[in-house]
Design a protein around this ligand. Structure first.
Ligand code: UD1
Ligand code: CA
Length: 441
């Protein structure tokens, strides 16, 4: 269910599209459901949430529209239009829990097999969650929203996680009977177990300490809490896979960051989405990396920026204040200081001097720079694309290169250097005399 307005986020963007570790909240929930073997996923969306429907489709899920946001029970009932005739188990999940794991759903499926229905519960004192009131038989008696709870019900610390599993046909039958006589004047999903009970179907309560249950996102602050938890999870997984981190709490990962073993990370590194890092690579402090592939044994940073389409082959060195975008840097090439490589190929073993800039943009189009294997680009050179530097060529420092440079040639574009002999001495003598004359006045 993802049709809620997410009012507490104070954002034009639908709540479930806010990212955690670079992936929308909804994407995490869909991934966890898929991981638990759910083969058909239907996302309940608000009428104007085209963005959510497009995203759901990309993730292999169907969607339905809830024309008015009348509550979680009403939202679930909307899925009847596509799932109402489905004969089998149905799991209803809130779309705003980015840390749900497959195991939580699996536990609920197992419990349903025995009793016919199951919900998942966890311990918390937070007022954000519905209270799970157990019957004497250990089965669920009812769920009471905190706002509707009275007296001792408010002291109950067993809370509703928002995962409910039941037979689909029966579930939609009960959902059709919901009423909205409560504090929020909403049709509550949480009232469904009472209908089930009246029909003789007991609802099991699966208690879990899974952190995913405790991290429902309703506000920016809760989004940040979920992010922090997700980061812990991703760092732990990376370290378990052989990634070394000096200060894990300062390394920011994306849900899809891929590491081979034996990568070493210094402090303060941000990984946006779409990054692969091969083994033996060292990434030094304060680097920002997204959409990049980093080959075996590379050295990146400190203060490096790799943008989408940066492909570094084996043993490449990218040093401080170097930005690489949509560029292939081939085996063993080096750009160690103060450089921009955009829309380019840098051949194997080439050396890019400090201050080299590929001038790839003319205000309208992007153009390509091709630097041959073993080329040497002198410091402070501007390579005006489209341009090609041949294999093994030299470019003299300070050159603006706008024409092709032949293989093994030297290209220098510079006004000729002149020396005026004795000039400095004469200059100083004159200046000193002027100063002395002023001081006398
Ligand atoms: C809900 C539960 C509460 C539980 C908590 C867990 C109800 C009544 N309460 O409260 O027991 O402890 O989640 O996080 O179910 N949605 C729709 N359409 C609607 C309303 C909501 O699709 O008309 C979706 C939202 O987008 C959201 C989910 O349902 O993804 C939950 O709605 P929300 O308003 O966040 O419910 P909570 O107050 O958190
Ligand atoms: Ca919620």
């Amino acid at each position: 269910m993802a049709a809620g307005q997410g009012t507490r986020m104070k954002s034009a963007k639908p709540k479930v599209m806010h990212a955690v570790a670079g992936r929308p909240i909804l994407g995490h929930v869909i991934a966890a459901l898929k991981g638990a073997g759910v083969d058909r996923i239907v996302v309940v969306t608000a009428p104007d949430a085209e963005e959510v429907r497009a995203y759901a489709a990309r993730e292999g899920a169907e969607s339905v529209i809830q024309s008015e946001q009348l509550g979680t029970g009403h939202a679930a009932a909307c899925a009847a239009s596509v799932l109402g005739t489905f004969d089998g188990p149905l799991v209803v999940s809130y779309g705003d829990h980015p840390l749900f794991v497959p195991e939580t759903f699996e536990a609920s499926f197992k419990a349903r097999e025995k009793t016919g229905m199951a919900i998942v519960a966890f311990r918390s004192q937070s007022k954000a969650y519905g209270r799970v009131i157990g019957g004497p038989d250990g089965m669920l008696d009812r769920i009471v929203e905190y706002k509707d709870a009275r007296g001792a019900e408010r002291d109950v610390d067993l809370c509703n996680a928002g995962v409910m599993t039941a037979d689909a046909k029966r579930f939609f039958g009960w959902a059709a009977k919901l009423r909205n006589e409560n504090a929020q004047k909403e049709y509550y999903l949480t009232d469904i177990p009472a209908f089930a009970k009246a029909d003789g179907v007991a609802c099991a309560v699966v208690e879990t300490d899974d952190i995913g249950c405790r991290t429902g996102v309703n506000s920016r602050e809760e989004l940040a809490v979920a992010e922090a938890e997700m980061q812990k999870r991703l760092r732990a997984a990376a370290m378990a896979n052989g990634v070394g981190m000096i200060a894990p709490e300062t390394v920011w990962l994306s849900f899809d960051t891929v590491f081979e073993p034996d990568v070493q990370l210094e402090p303060n590194i941000f990984f946006g989405t779409g990054v692969t890092v091969r083994s033996g690579t060292v990434i030094k402090a304060n680097s920002h990396i997204e959409g990049a592939e980093i080959g075996k044994g590379a050295i990146v940073g400190p203060f490096a920026r790799l943008r989408p389409g940066a492909k570094l082959e084996e043993d490449v060195h990218i040093g401080n204040f170097v930005e690489v975008k949509n560029a292939r840097v081939e085996k063993g090439a080096k750009a160690n200081h103060l450089t921009y490589l955009g829309d380019a190929r840098v051949g194997a073993g080439a050396n890019i001097g400090a201050g080299t800039i590929t001038c790839n943009y003319d205000g309208f189009d992007k153009h390509h720079t091709d630097i041959g294997a073993g080329a040497f680009i002198g410091s402070n050179s501007a390579l005006v694309a489209p341009v090609k530097i041949g294999d093994g060529a030299y470019v003299g420092a300070g050159s603006t290169i706008a024409k092709p440079v032949e293989e093994n040639a030297l290209a220098v574009v510079r006004a000729e250097q002149k020396s005026v002999l004795g000039w400095a001495e004469k200059f100083r003598t004159r200046k000193k005399a002027e100063k002395a004359a002023k001081a006398k006045k």
